[in-house]
Design a protein around this ligand. Structure first.
Ligand code: FAD
Length: 388
């Protein structure tokens, strides 16, 4: 076990590995990433890997746009594959009054150079003929989207960081963060202390285990999400858009063989963070939502299922940056269900804060932990609450 590093990163999911990669790319190479299990063994390995940049908040669009740009050309950036597959991204709302939310997304996206279009129901059917649209008021499409393999992303970032000098250690749980006189001095592991003037918390759902050692906790909810995958349907082509029904809280993307990955967003408190078990009772609800929206899915069966944990903040925005409790301690927590798509932007922002003192590529000052103390948190800004 190394006993010293310039930066220790705790957590080897997409966020920790992206931070390691971006630090080394900025020239800070004495980086030690400590992962208590295997890389991508937390939320990352359970994600469905959707990459898109449509959000109702500037900061998320900025982060997700960086995400799309990096993940869609990952081999050029890192030398490794993200197994990225381009697909259009379609989202719809059921109520006329929610059209305003889609218009807001389009206006915000325009400021960031996104090419999104508002769609009438008849235009939605052209894009996705199997979709039922009689209860849809409007839709939005963004052609610049796709899906990736989150395992590949974490491993690609980690391997590229290693190539540039970072050390990646798996099976090393960090027991606590060490601070003296208001400054971080390292971390405690079973193998002993590691001295470091900078420690990054990228521990995903376990973030508060580390934060508590410095005397504070983030206001996060840990929700368990269920995924079910159908067999392919011979009449549903394999390249249908990634689809989110904002009103029904239902989402869909296809595997390469045409099988349909189905998700239904319901906030169920997580019990087992390390090994969340599939809740087969939930299958009926997901299948109902799926068949309502894509009736042909009634002719498929469920071929695979898994579940995973998401870490939600009250305003569905991540928590990024330093905290006043200990100088040198940085948070990269609360990814609120979209951590894969923003992992490049988060990695770059945290790396810039550490190396240059501020994140000049993307302004994430609104995402500091301070917003919860001062009550200035942005209102419902993530994927699911933001329609108002
Ligand atoms: C079902 C599901 C579908 C999803 N779909 C999408 C999607 O389509 N697109 C998208 O962008 N996002 C999606 N997400 C969200 C995404 O998976 C997460 O936001 C993202 O993976 C968070 O990454 P992370 O690195 O912060 O956390 P994690 O991947 O959980 O990584 C944290 C790591 O820290 C390690 N760790 C924790 N404590 C310690 C410690 N004390 N010492 C050492 N190591 C420690 C853990 O073992 C873990 O490996 C989905 C999530 C789920 C569950």
């Amino acid at each position: 076990m190394a006993d010293r590093a310039d930066v220790v990163i705790v957590g080897g999911g997409v966020i920790g590995t992206s931070i390691a990669f971006h630090l080394t790319r900025l020239g800070l190479t004495d980086v030690l990433l400590l992962e208590r299990s295997q890389l991508a063994s937390g939320s990352t390995g359970r994600s469905v890997g959707i990459v898109e940049a449509t959000f109702g908040t500037d900061v998320n669009v900025a982060l997700a746009k960086l995400g799309y740009e990096e993940l869609s050309r990952f081999p050029e950036v890192t030398g490794y594959t993200a197994d990225f597959h381009p697909r259009p991204y379609l989202e719809t709302v059921g109520l006329e009054r929610h059209r305003a939310y889609l218009e807001r997304c389009i206006n915000i996206g325009r400021r960031h150079g996104l090419r999104q279009r508002l769609l009438k129901p008849e235009e939605i059917v052209e894009l996705f003929p199997e979709l039922r649209v009689d209860d849809i008021a409007a839709g939005l499409v963004n052609e610049e989207a796709g899906f990736c393999d989150p395992h590949s992303v974490a491993h690609g970032y980690a391997t590229a960081a290693k190539r540039m000098g970072a050390r990646i250690r798996t099976n090393v749980p960090v027991e606590r963060v060490l601070a003296e006189r208001g400054e971080v001095v390292g971390v405690l592991t079973a193998g002993g202390n590691v001295r470091a003037p900078v420690v990054v918390n990228a521990a995903g759902p376990w973030c508060n285990d580390l934060n508590r050692s410095l005397g504070f906790e983030l206001p996060v909810h840990l929700w368990q999400r269920q995924i079910f995958v159908t067999t392919p349907h011979p009449e549903i082509p394999r390249d249908r858009p990634i689809y989110i029904d904002l009103s029904g809280r239902f989402y869909f993307r296809q595997e390469l063989d045409g099988g349909c990955v189905l998700g239904l967003v319901e906030d169920i408190a997580a019990k087992d963070l390390a090994n969340p078990e599939t809740d087969w009772q939930f299958k009926t609800k997901v299948v109902e939502a799926a068949v309502h929206r894509v009736p042909k899915l009634a002719e498929t069966s469920i071929a695979n299922a898994w579940s995973g944990i998401v870490t939600f903040t009250p305003d569905q925005l991540p928590v990024l940056g330093p905290v006043r409790e200990a100088k040198g301690f940085y948070l990269a927590n609360g990814m609120s269900g979209y951590g894969v798509m923003i992992s490049p932007g988060v990695g770059l922002a945290i790396a810039e804060m550490i190396v240059r003192g501020d994140s000049r590529s993307v302004d994430v000052s609104a995402l500091s932990y301070e917003r919860f103390r001062s009550g200035t948190g942005a209102r419902g800004a993530g994927l699911w609450l933001s329609q108002g």
